[in-house]
Design a protein around this ligand. Structure first.
Ligand code: ADP
Length: 583
């Protein structure tokens, strides 16, 4: 049962529903077996002229009554079995999502979002099918087939039954074979459809580029091509369906021909009665479904197991970064930071992103990090947030090894402003209050004021309730940045990390922001990652990174006097400002 270990808990809770469901299903199957018997009896009695109108009415009423019971109990087993399978889908999807949310960052770099989405949709659907219709089909395939055939043999004729049923196993075979083919082609339809939607989506998000390069026509052509591929895939699917349905209907017809011919002879020879022949035909009709079920159930169960295996793989993945036995039982630490002989290489990378970093930052001080793209600046932030484990050298926070600090505590104490200023598609209020949904409005407002985005927000018709994202307002790069900083400040962290987040604003806005930020960073330990000298020059210490190493360090004045890399970009940027000023 190893395959189902992750859903054991679910079945513990739902097992009685399944058992009752199967019981009701068997009951319905049993009821179905009565009607052909009644039909046979009525036919015999009619041909013997021994049936009164009253009796005819009674049997007709009985058939209706059975049909009503079947209808009621069908509803019941659907609610019990199919209903439970929907509960399973709901339960498993929540479990998968909450597990994925807890996995480490590295997992998401190595698994495409599209693949994860496929697990969350296709694989969960397949598991649901196996534990829904799969269970129903298996029950019917076993019970209905066996009981119908036994009744036909016992109450009518063994040889007749065996001969008439010859075409039926082929129904099962055809359904199995075509079922596999249908599944394969259906998958292809889904793939082509998702690349079609990707194409459209990309086209709409890139509409500015498309228009400026006058590429509408070629986009239209590309879309038409992708659409054509989808059509082809759909047509291929229609073809298999088209071939399967007539075959599945044709084979039972063969059975009926045999029945009519062979059964007719038996009636003429008086081996069986006319009534028995009528029952026989009704039973044959009844058998068509379980024969198809045998064919389907194999595919449905196979697919369900394959999907369960893929889901298990995800659920068995442990987050690389988690609290363990070495985690300290602390609920706070002093906000001093020390990098000691720290080196770091990304998993799978060949060259280290950081080498031999030594920095001591006292509580309340500001460290600025400057350097070319790819020099390792963001890696420092990633390690401080413990998005990756520190393995060589150490980072000490308030004297504690970062690997021993409870992860939640660590991250709660850090206000992080990411490089891309990612915001969620919800209201500005909810974006700023992201750390705590019960954040009082005054705190949200205050954070917006400190980052000078308050006036912009008040200018929108819905103010703080303005929706962001696809169906909402598009903020300018600078506004996004300021909301993103407000979000980090609102949680009132002891440590602030600004990851190159001021690069999109012009120098004037930057100046204003910096003077506001001074207020924010005054009592907080801060790390400012930047490209511009103007952003970093007031820091208590500045380090210059190059290929993961510290190549220069000191205050602004010291570094300018040093005449190295820092001073060269300082002079370059001064010159740029001068030129910009003259324009
Ligand atoms: P910066 O922030 O200074 O631009 P980064 O810290 O982002 O630089 O990157 C430092 C080095 O690590 C670069 O060579 C980059 O290609 C590499 N790197 C960054 N992120 C990853 C990752 N997730 N996996 C592997 N290598 C990475």
């Amino acid at each position: 049962m190893g395959k189902f270990k992750h859903i054991e808990d679910f079945f513990k809770k739902y097992k009685w529903k399944y058992i009752l469901g199967i019981f009701v299903l068997l009951f319905v199957d049993g009821l179905q077996l009565i009607t052909p018997k009644i039909l046979g009896y009525v036919t015999d009695a009619l041909s013997a002229h021994t049936l009164s109108m009253k009796e005819i009415f009674f049997y007709a009423f009985l058939i209706v009554l059975i049909a009503v019971f079947i209808a009621i109990f069908r509803y019941l087993w659907r609610m019990l079995i199919i209903g439970s399978s929907r509960q399973l889908e709901f339960w498993l999807r929540n479990k998968l999502f909450s597990h994925l949310e807890k996995l480490s960052l590295n997992y998401f770099y190595h698994n495409k979002t599209g693949d994860l989405m496929a697990h969350a949709t296709n694989d969960i659907n397949a598991v649901r099918m196996a534990f829904g219709m799969g269970v129903v089909m298996m029950t019917d395939a076993i019970f209905l087939t066996a009981s119908t055939i036994i009744i036909m043999m016992v109450s009518i004729d063994i040889k007749f039954t065996l001969i008439a049923l010859i075409p039926f196993p082929f129904v099962a075979l055809i359904v199995t074979f075509f079922g596999k083919l249908i599944q394969k082609r259906f998958k292809r339809v889904q793939e082509t459809f998702s690349s079609l939607t990707d194409k459209a989506q990309e086209s709409f998000s890139g509409i500015r580029v498309i228009k400026s390069f006058v590429q509408e026509e070629s986009e239209i052509n590309n879309f038409a091509k992708a659409n054509e591929i989808n059509l082809q895939a759909n047509m291929n699917l229609v073809k298999v369906w088209g071939a399967m349905s007539p075959l599945v209907i044709f084979l039972p017809t063969l059975s009926f021909v045999i029945t009519l011919y062979y059964g007719g002879t038996l009636v003429i020879d008086k081996v069986i009665s006319l009534g028995q022949l009528v029952s026989f035909i009704s039973y044959l009709e009844l058998l068509t479904w379980p024969m198809m079920a045998i064919g389907h159930v194999i595919n449905v169960l196979q697919r369900g197991i394959a999907s369960m295996t893929r889901i298990n793989e995800i659920l068995d993945t442990e987050p690389e970064i988690h609290d363990d036995d070495n985690t300290l039982d602390i609920d706070n630490f002093e906000e001093s930071i020390e990098f000691r002989n720290l080196s770091f290489t990304y998993p799978g990378a060949k060259v280290p992103a950081l080498s031999d970093i030594n920095i001591k930052l006292e509580k309340g001080k500001t460290l600025a990090v400057i350097g070319k793209t790819g020099s390792g600046k963001s890696t420092l932030a990633n390690l401080l947030l413990r998005l990756y484990n520190v393995e060589e050298g150490s980072i000490l926070l308030g004297g504690y090894d970062i690997n021993k600090i409870p992860i939640d505590l660590l991250r709660r104490k850090i206000g992080y402003v990411p490089q891309d200023n990612f915001l969620f598609s919800c209201s500005i209020r909810d974006n700023i209050a992201f750390a705590d949904e019960n954040m009082p409005f005054e705190k949200i407002e205050e954070a917006a004021k400190i980052t000078s985005v308050h006036d912009d927000i008040i200018g929108f018709p819905n103010k703080f309730d303005t929706q962001l994202g696809e169906r909402g307002v598009t903020l300018s790069g600078g506004q996004k940045q300021r909301v993103s900083i407000a979000r980090a400040i609102a949680k009132n962290p002891g440590i602030m990390i600004f990851d190159d987040c001021l690069s999109a604003v012009d120098t004037k806005t930057e100046e204003k922001m910096l003077s506001n930020l001074k207020e924010v960073t005054k009592d907080r330990t801060s790390i400012i990652i930047a490209h511009r000298i103007s952003t970093v020059k007031h820091a208590d210490e500045i380090i210059v990174l190059d290929e993961g190493r510290i190549i220069e360090r000191g205050t602004h004045d010291e570094l300018v006097a040093l005449g190295g890399y820092y001073s060269s970009i300082y002079h370059k940027q001064l010159l740029e400002e001068k030129i910009a000023g003259q324009e």
